[in-house]
Design a protein. Structure first.
Lengths: 233, 262, 237
């Protein structure tokens, strides 16, 4: 006799029993032992038909092919640059993947991208040993200049972006900032210092209240109440 | 760690900060909790913004130093724990921990904050020795000021343990109502220079962008008991003078916060 | 076996633990953190990782490694100041802590990385390694590290014939026949991941103590679960 022991959106801790019996299947971050399914992380229960999966409430960013991330150049090699992704795994950006123009063989790579530069790149390959290859040669991928970079928990990124980008568009509109969100939790924003600070605060608010309903309205209200006037905040 | 160094320097040139604060405003909350460790003779937990530091006082009876036979002693030790900052390593205190400990130590010692003569039990033979240990819990910038505040709070909160004069045994499990003989309340304030702008209570990013810093420990009447210049860049005399003015004023502000609690 | 120790020094029942409390997410810089208090023993834990391993020769290409560092603050002992720096006792506790947590932690998704667990105790009154392990479990879960189960720990033992749970300092130091048995158990299978013994005990009494440990660690588990769920509950409406 199968029995579900939890409900959708329940918070469960590692090892907590989710279901009994063989009718249910363990999805992401869940596992089966004998007759029961258990959680493997601190997370939110998510049910899809008979598959029980957990959305972690915290935890490291897992690099995936196709993800757009923001990273920082920390080393220059013979063939390109090594990028700090904010995880245990650095990424490699090859010269040939960084620009469309022809780069001469002896060209000083530090003149193209130097240590400390922040870049928006796309992950194209992740090996089993977590070696990461990124590219910067497509539209929407570039070196970031000016503005400020902040880091949030990568699990909150979907909330910060919102359904079809609704949340991030709201923040952009109300602060006048350009904003780019990396899947690894790094976010770049550029506007007046006061506008950037307001955008940052709005994003921190989302991070803190990510479980709450009506978050878009709350953020909208927050942005209106703290609107930047000509004299700054 | 993300350091928006160029932005911080640009903003500094406009007398602005990355978190929107005034140049001479401490973060909030400033929270001081006492007696957080009952095994210590005195202890405190100080929070400035997200920076959290604990301090504990332990007393022991030792033979006085030869050159000061009628005085007790005081030593400050600091640990920059790897728990508090991902860049801190395990192992014995590095130079930064040593600097923090020694600057805090000098501030208290040179101010004669504790009446060392009153710590004497039998001249040449026995005196109380005060050990202050600072342990960082979360480093979000400005450990110097938080540590100085924590050390002083722990000293003020400290009580002598019960001591049997005849057997010479200390019962650490029982505390008397007697406090340490405190004479002064010196506090360090560290002022930083970024792109020509003077500011205090830096967050981590600002510390990493700082060109020079001056820690000034002072007492209520403006007497300076310790100075420490750090950072790679030099300071002009005018900058030093202005930094000291800021530090003296802000030390009084911190003292008021401390006096709310003890 | 004659029971000479009939009433506990602090009046607790034989299987009663001291008052406990715990919070998760107390150190902002850390990836996960926790505070765990049992009686007068307090443990603070910060977890950093998965992160790059230094020195590199320590890394494991198959999975991440777990590293634990246990430290008592100089003012946390019941008598004199404890000289800072690692002692042999702290090294051993760091190691058994590691062994107590490794069976549940799954770092197969994080090759060549490390998860570092730092423990500091501001105040102690026996049961320190158990408090450290219980706090570390909370902190690892808080950091989102995949774990098959939680690990809960408590010291059981015997004082003059009486089997007890959660010995305090005075009981450990009691002038009689004492055994102090720190135990860590997983919640679901009740498997033992830490077992040590200080003192003298018969096999019979030992097995009774371990039986008591099952329910004692359950009580710790409840506190751990509460700490983790509460952190996120306060964020919910």
């Amino acid at each position: 006799m199968s029995q579900l022991l939890v409900q959708e959106r329940d918070i469960v801790i590692p090892g907590e029993a989710l279901a009994e019996g063989l009718d249910y299947l363990p999805g992401e971050n869940a596992y089966r032992e004998e007759n029961k399914i258990y959680s493997k992380v601190l997370g939110l229960v998510s049910l899809a038909n008979r598959v029980i999966k957990l959305t972690p409430l915290s935890g490291p960013y897992i690099p995936r092919e196709g993800d757009k991330i923001i990273g920082c150049v920390f080393d220059i090699t013979m063939s390109g640059w090594r990028i700090d992704t904010g995880t245990a795994y650095p990424a490699m950006l090859n010269v040939k993947d960084s620009t469309n123009r022809f780069v001469r063989r002896n060209e000083d790579l530090s003149k193209i991208l130097s240590v400390g530069d922040y870049l928006v790149v796309k992950i194209v390959q992740v090996t089993s040993q977590r070696l990461i290859d990124v590219v910067m040669k497509e539209p929407g991928l570039y070196k970031l200049t000016d503005g400020r970079i902040i880091k949030i928990h990568n699990q909150k990124v979907p909330r910060v972006i919102g359904k079809q980008g609704s949340m991030i568009t709201l923040i952009k509109d109300k602060t006048g900032c350009s904003i780019t969100v990396g899947q690894n939790g790094l976010i770049w924003m550029k506007g007046t210092p006061e506008a950037e600070l307001l955008a940052e605060k709005a994003i921190r608010l989302i991070e803190k209240k990510s479980h709450e309903d009506g978050l878009t309205d709350k953020v909208s209200l927050f942005l209106d109440e703290n609107k930047v006037n000509e004299n700054g905040l | 760690m993300i350091v928006n160094k160029y932005l911080i320097m640009d903003l500094a040139a406009q007398n602005k900060r990355i978190d929107g604060r005034d140049l001479t405003s401490y973060r909030t909350p400033i929270r001081i909790d006492l007696d957080i460790s009952k095994t210590a003779e005195g202890s405190s937990r100080v929070q400035v913004g997200d920076t959290v530091v604990m301090a504990g006082v332990k007393l022991s009876i030792e033979k006085p130093y030869n050159d000061t036979p009628d005085e007790g002693g005081i030593t400050v030790n600091a640990e920059l724990t790897p728990m508090s900052n991902p860049d801190f390593e395990t192992g014995p205190p590095g130079i930064n921990a040593v600097e923090l400990a020694r600057v805090t130590d000098r501030g208290i010692r040179e101010a004669k904050a504790i009446d060392l003569k009153k710590l004497c039990i039998a001249p040449g033979e026995k005196a109380w020795f005060v050990m202050i240990d600072i342990v960082t819990i979360n480093d979000a910038g400005n450990l110097f000021d938080a540590s100085g505040l924590a050390a002083l709070a722990a000293l003020k909160a400290a009580k002598f343990p019960v001591f049997d004069k005849e057997t010479g045994v200390i019962d650490y499990k029982k505390k008397t109502k007697e406090s340490l003989p405190m004479l002064k309340e010196p506090l360090p304030v560290t002022v930083h220079k970024i792109n020509g702008c003077l500011l205090l209570d830096p967050i981590l990013q600002e510390e990493k962008s700082s060109e020079a810093r001056l820690t000034v420990t002072s007492d209520m009447d403006g007497t300076i008991s310790a100075l420490q210049k750090g950072g790679d860049e030099p300071l002009t005399m005018d900058e030093i003078s202005r930094m000291i003015d800021i530090a003296l004023e802000k030390a009084n502000f911190l003292r008021k916060e401390l006096n709310k609690v003890i | 076996m004659k029971m000479v120790y009939k009433k506990r020094l602090d009046g607790r029942k034989f299987n009663e633990l001291r008052e406990m409390e715990a919070q998760a997410g107390v150190i902002p810089n850390a990836d996960g953190s926790a505070r765990f208090v049992i009686g007068k023993t307090q443990a603070l834990v910060a977890v950093y990782g998965p992160r790059e391993v230094h020195p590199k020769f320590l890394q494991n290409p198959k999975r991440g490694i777990l590293r634990c560092y246990y430290s008592m603050m100089p003012f946390s002992g019941s008598g004199e100041r404890i000289r800072p720096g690692t002692s042999r006792r702290a090294q051993e506790i760091s190691m058994v802590m590691n062994k107590a947590l490794e069976p549940v932690v799954d770092l197969s998704e994080f090759p060549n990385s490390a998860v570092d667990v730092f423990v500091q105790l501001p105040q102690t009154d026996a049961g320190t390694r158990c408090a450290a392990i219980s706090a570390a479990s909370i902190a690892l879960a808080d950091a989102g590290i995949p774990m098959k189960d939680m690990v809960s720990a408590v010291a059981v033992g015997e004082v003059d014939g009486t089997v007890l749970a959660d010995l305090n300092y005075d009981e450990e130091a009691y002038d009689g026949v004492v055994s102090d048995i720190p135990v860590a158990m997983t919640h679901n299978s009740k498997e033992i991941t830490l077992l040590q013994m200080d003192g003298e005990v018969s096999k019979e009494q030992l097995m009774k103590a371990l039986e008591m440990a099952k329910e004692a660690t359950e009580k710790v588990y409840e506190v751990q679960m509460k700490a983790l769920k509460e952190k996120f509950r306060t964020q919910e409406k």
